[in-house]
Design a protein around this ligand. Structure first.
Ligand SMILES: Nc1ncnc2c1ncn2[C@@H]1O[C@H](COP(=O)(O)OP(=O)(O)OP(=O)(O)O)[C@@H](O)[C@H]1O
Ligand SMILES: [Mg+2]
Length: 255
């Protein structure tokens, strides 16, 4: 698989991206990364590094947070998507799960899933819904239950299933394993593998480097809004300095 960042058929190609919130907070500085078609790529970094900001910039959700792209470009499968609306981007084939689940607690499991399919036809919604209820049997058993009554892990599964309802070509996952038990982390990992095997590219944002590097093809490390490392997952796994950095013991000491 090519790693040439100029190829226009990449699932995602971010070049020199800078993002600000308001006038004074610069959250991303000259960020470049790419996800080749079919790749799982992980973006790792500590709290406040800019990971969710990058996810929002890709999926069109920055304006809702008071953020704006002040430089650089984002391309996906040959189309410029910089500053396009969230609606355009989901139709283009990019779906995102947000940090902290964000499911609708008063709606049922099925109603939550169907909301994820608003960009595809009614027939595709029904088909994808059944696929998701098969892929996540726990959701299948609770299809008519209010989503707010699901356990934290089940809500996380629902958020992932909802993102898959639009049949995305690229899935952006923002910390999908946060707060999950080891067993559920393993389940999410297997699910991401299955998603990749089905042809969807994945940008996996994680603080759990062990998990992320066990399934990613390549990875990036972000610190204070800048990409500071880029390598194959194999090399990143072997890098002890990196492990320290991601535990918060890196270049700035153990404070
Ligand atoms: N809506 C906002 N308005 C102003 N500043 C923001 C906003 N959202 C994020 N920031 C700031 O931008 C920087 C990057 O935040 P971001 O949420 O992207 O980090 P993150 O890497 O996702 O962190 P975490 O691991 O805690 O989720 C932080 O300094 C944060 O305070
Ligand atoms: Mg975040």
């Amino acid at each position: 698989m090519s790693t040439d960042s100029r190829q226009s058929d990449h699932a995602l190609s971010v070049t020199g991206l800078s993002v600000r919130y308001g006038r004074s907070i610069t959250a991303l500085r000259d960020v470049s990364l790419h996800v080749a078609d079919g790749e799982v790529v992980t973006l790792m970094g500590l709290n406040g590094a800019g990971k969710s900001t990058l996810a929002r910039a890709i999926t069109g959700l920055l304006p809702a947070q008071g953020g704006s792209i002040v430089g650089g470009e984002i391309e996906s499968f040959g189309t410029h998507i910089t500053r396009r609306s969230a609606r355009f981007i989901v139709r283009h084939g990019i779906a995102q799960t947000m940090e902290g689940r964000r499911i609708f607690g008063a709606l049922t499991v099925v109603e939550n899933l169907d909301l994820g399919g608003s960009s595809v036809s009614g027939a595709a919604v029904r088909e994808n819904r059944e696929r998701m209820l098969d892929l996540f049997p726990r959701l299948g058993e609770r299809r008519t239950q209010a989503a707010g009554l699901l356990s934290g892990g089940e809500q996380q599964m629902l958020a992932l299933a909802r993102a898959l309802m639009s049949s995305p070509r690229l899935l952006v996952l923002d910390e999908p394993t946060l707060g999950l038990s080891p067993k559920l982390v393993a389940y999410v990992r297997d699910t991401i593998r299955a998603i990749q095997a089905a042809g969807t590219s994945v940008l996996l944002i994680e603080q759990n480097a062990t998990m992320a590097l066990s399934i990613a093809d390549r990875g990036y490390v972000i610190e204070h809004g800048r990409i500071i490392h880029e390598d194959t997952a194999e090399n990143l796994r072997a890098d002890e300095n990196l492990q320290r950095l991601l535990l918060g013991l890196g270049s700035e000491g153990a404070a």
